[in-house]
Design a binder for this molecule. Sequence first.
Ligand code: SAM
Ligand code: SF4
Length: 464
Amino acid sequence: MVEIKRKGIIEEDQIYETLKRARSHDSSMVRDILAKGRALEGLDEQDIAVLTGVSDPNLLAEMFDAARNVKDLVYGNRLVLFAPLYISNLCGNECVYCAFRVRNTDVKRRALDQEEIADEVRHLVSQGHKRILLVAGEAYPREGFSYILRSIDTIYDSARGHGEIRRANVNIAPLTSGEFKLLREARIGTYQLFQETYHQETYRQVHVSGRKMDFDWRISAMDRAVEAGIDDVGIGVLFGLFDWRFEILALLQHIRHLERKHGIGPHTISVPRLEPAVGSDIASQPPHPVSDLDFRRIVAILRLAVPYTGIIMSTRESADMRRETFALGVSQISAGSRTNPGGYGAERPDEAQFSLGDHRSLDDVVRDVASLGYVPSFCTACYRLGRTGGDFMDLAKPGLIKTHCQPNAVATFQEFLLDYGSPRTREVGRETIARAMEEMDGGTRRKTERMLGRLREGRRDVYC
Ligand code: SAM
Ligand code: SF4
């Protein structure tokens, strides 16, 4: 009897075949692909495979230039800022790369109670944050999943002075369809989940016990989330576990699957690299290390392949690396982060998930970003005006998002400067805003001036 092979979301054989075929390419083929990328047409698997093999310095320079171009066209010069909020490091899984793995006795365990979460949020709000990414291990305190729901309520309710959290994104383990519905009702922004590696054999080796061992349960999480009504989802790979070339082709297969099945792709892609973690050997010695040059390649290729999807870079990267990759296509960054529950209120490095490459405060990161010519944005307008999922894609595709995003970026940056900026950051910020206004067309500039006027009158949370 002929065996009928079930078609999965990830077709490993096809990825290897595509990578093999792409080995024979010439410069004109690469330039054609770059032209397609520059035209915002997106790339297919074969195109991506060819770009992963580019090593000629001139062609590489052209590839980076094309990515910068696309980032500029779709996202302009703004960078959205957020902070992770680790509420618990309890976990029932044994992911060999993570300090929170269940058998690691070198880490102190802690699940914040609601008062402690409120405290952490007040710390973040008093720095100027407006967006939080809630993060937790896969084991909840006695109350179960409702712990997460209560924590989201606490985040939205913990205002301080002018500040409040306007968007709570969530990075937690895969849920059932019913739980995803509850998560949507809790008014989350994006549901984020990384597959870690799309390579099944590697997945099996690095997830030794616990629910996370189940590759299919994890990869199907986004389908359940979208079917439950969460139309903003974020995917990602933990780079360093397996060959990055394989991983970005697999990422594309996952994206095409979501587009085919639900008519929407992911809102964001995250590109974490393995960082040293207490009690993990593999975290300090990644089996497939990704060099800084390869990391830049990853960002550039993704920017060209899926021009309308946000790319998130975390504080795992050093300040220098972040500077270089902003230009290539990163659209969101975390700043002033701690990866241990309670870490904003107190230093507790022995409870952290991994070590950070960038230890600067939000004010320092904002000033740095602004002095590099980017407009730091705390905007949450799209999500609050219902411009999410398919609506967001429709707006983003013709580049229209810039006419909404640029005024909102400038207004939220101005709000940050007025309420939280240090004198040095205000000075740099004034120049950045003046430059951003000069670059706007007349209509957008007038709209932005009206928004800034309202902020000067003492109004807050001004957006369009
Ligand atoms: N526990 C949930 C899960 O695993 O999906 C969600 C939270 S987990 C703390 C968030 C992410 O941290 C993981 O998806 C993984 O990619 C990342 N992570 C774990 N160990 C890491 C390390 N050593 N370096 C960098 N990122 C790491
Ligand atoms: Fe737990 Fe997530 Fe860390 Fe795995 S990555 S040990 S599931 S917190």
